[in-house]
Design a protein. Structure first.
Length: 574
């Protein structure tokens, strides 16, 4: 008779057991080692060990089998042969025979928010564990009652691969032998309310192309060739040399007219964009978000896969090749990064474990009124860890030369785009989001401390002091800040008919009053041409000849003005 109680077996079958490893797998018994397995559709299971075999008998109608290997001791190496009758017979390593892949030190660092490479522990990682090749799965879901990993390897059946809870850390873990790169998967979570929900992996390295939403097991095989570039980068920082940035949306920079105006892939773009940027004299390319996002027609600022490149352009290693080739052409790569908010898509981060996990529970802090998105909880250690490790991930794993942080103003102010009564003041009664301020300072300290020679750029549209001042001098620690005031004043001036410009010269000269108060980038960015705003050419006064002449004058003034330069694709033409 089984030593496990009926209630425990029932919980296991109902997918409610928080620690299936305490029931399944090998366990010491008086007469040897008892092995249990949960296979609801199996008609026979045999455990093969070095000394022979043991037949497992069904002990629960839900598909729990048990058998004893006499005179055996732990640790015990064995394989299970599972007979599904007409569906076939399979031999596997038992996932419940393995120790956790995360150490107590990992859990301690994650709980403190100090695990800078947490993406190497959470998510899906192909590895050899205790002599067996497979994939280690781990996910943070502290409020979940139970979590399973489902995918191509188990016909998306959540009963087969329930994960174990690693105590108070809130992390669930399972090593799955035989799960190889290319397998699609998700996490099946049982919430505290009793609902079953499927979620993509927040730390997945690859995602399915939309409209599909599964994560994909991925292991990079790319061999980098930009060692000389990386060695030179810390010695030639952006502050000390000319910087001219070409801002690009990969999905619309160029299309293939011979193939139905198809978007180009990372590999197709690599050589074309590198050659074009170099020929035009740009030093850097800034990519609008290349992280996975669900809507192909967008710029990409509603990210659902923070560690996965947008799959519509190719594989993660294709993006690595793209960046490698740009470096080979002498072009730096800056990535737009979105830690300010995330979308409400059911399959992604929103209410991940049935609670407000990554976002604030109070909509006055956790919901963005303009964009319909959710705001990260920067005061939660695990959330800060997720975001800071994500920034390091793109700098380290993809050799990005910088990140441009989107919508910084919306992070800094609790009353951003909110009316009276729609926001909650901080503990001092102010409108500053102190958690976000602390997060941004830590982000910049870690980024510059771990990856010398990179650049961090803030899109910050207010007069917050010291955005690009070092943190030890009271600043936020960014390397650069977009000069939004220069952009608005300058475009306002050039939109005036020349006959009226003598009354608006102050719009050109005022920027020199504060030009050196920050490390500025002068941006003529995508924000100036979206939502029907028209091209820069269309903003100029006069007829066609005058518009082109004014545009040339604008660019000459821009490149003579103090500050680094940024130009959105197409603006170099008109």
């Amino acid at each position: 008779m089984s030593a496990v109680g009926t209630q425990e077996l029932d919980a296991l079958v109902r997918r409610e057991h928080p620690n299936p490893h305490s029931v399944l797998g090998p366990h010491e018994a008086d007469d040897g080692v008892v092995i249990r397995a949960l296979r609801p559709a199996a008609c026979r299971i045999v455990a093969y060990v070095d000394s022979g075999q043991a037949e497992l008998e069904q002990i629960h109608p839900g598909g729990v089998f048990e058998g004893v290997v006499p005179a055996a001791a732990l640790p015990l190496r064995y394989r299970l042969e599972i007979d599904y009758g007409a569906a076939g017979r399979f031999e596997i390593d038992d996932p419940y025979a393995f120790a956790p892949t995360l150490t107590d030190f990992d859990l301690h660092l994650i709980g403190e928010g100090r695990h800078e490479e947490v993406y190497q522990r959470l998510g899906a990682h192909v590895r050899e564990h205790e002599g067996v090749r497979g994939t280690a799965f781990a996910v943070w879901a502290p409020a979940a009652r139970a979590v399973s990993v489902v995918g191509d390897f188990n016909s998306w059946d959540g009963r087969l691969h329930a994960m174990r809870s690693l105590g108070a850390s809130g992390i669930w873990e399972l090593f799955l032998p035989g799960a190889e790169p290319g397998c699609r998967y998700k996490y099946e979570l049982l919430t505290a309310q009793g609902d079953l929900t499927l979620k993509a992996d927040p730390y997945a390295f690859e995602a399915e192309p939309p409209p599909q939403t599964a994560s994909i097991v991925f292991s990079s095989r790319h061999k980098w060739r930009d060692g000389e570039w990386l060695a030179r980068r810390p010695k030639e920082t952006a502050l000390d040399r000319p910087v001219s940035i070409y801002e690009v949306h990969l999905g619309s920079w160029r299309l293939n007219p011979l193939d139905g105006n198809r978007q180009l892939s990372y590999l197709e773009l690599a050589d074309e964009l590198a050659a074009y940027a170099k020929d035009m004299g740009f030093t850097h390319v800034e990519l609008l978000p290349v992280m996975a996002h669900p809507f192909s027609g967008s710029w990409g600022y509603q990210v659902t896969g923070y560690f996965a490149p947008a799959p519509r352009y190719g594989s993660p290693d294709d993006l690595r090749t793209f960046i490698d080739r740009l470096h080979g052409a002498g072009i730096g790569v800056i990535l737009d990064w979105v830690p300010a908010h995330f979308p409400r898509d059911d399959f992604a981060l929103a209410r991940f474990d049935g609670t407000a996990l990554y976002e604030h529970a109070d909509p006055r802090r956790g919901a963005h009124p303009d964009w319909g998105t959710l705001v990260f909880n920067y005061g939660r250690h695990e959330v800060r860890n997720f975001l800071i490790s994500n920034a390091l991930f793109w700098l380290r794993e993809y050799h990005a030369d910088g990140i441009r942080v989107d919508a910084v103003a919306s992070m800094l102010y609790l009353d951003y785009s909110r009316r009276e009564g729609e926001w909650v003041p901080n503990q001092f009664g102010g409108r500053e989001d102190l958690d976000a301020v602390s997060f941004l300072k830590e982000l910049n300290e870690v980024a510059y401390g771990r990856e010398p020679g990179i650049m961090t750029v803030a899109e910050e549209s207010t007069a917050w002091p010291g955005v690009s001042r070092p943190t030890y001098l009271g600043g936020l620690g960014f390397g650069f800040k977009w000069n939004m005031g220069w952009m608005h004043d300058t475009l306002g001036y050039f939109q005036q008919d020349p006959i009226y410009r003598r009354y608006h010269h102050h719009e050109l000269t005022f920027s020199l009053m504060y030009a050196f108060s920050e490390n500025f980038i002068l941006p003529l960015s995508h924000d100036e041409v979206v939502h029907g705003k028209g091209s820069l050419y269309s903003k100029m006064a006069g007829d066609r000849w005058q518009k082109l002449a004014n545009l040339r004058a604008l660019y000459a003034y821009m490149y003579a003005h103090p500050g680094k330069k940024l130009l959105f694709m197409g603006s170099e033409l008109a």
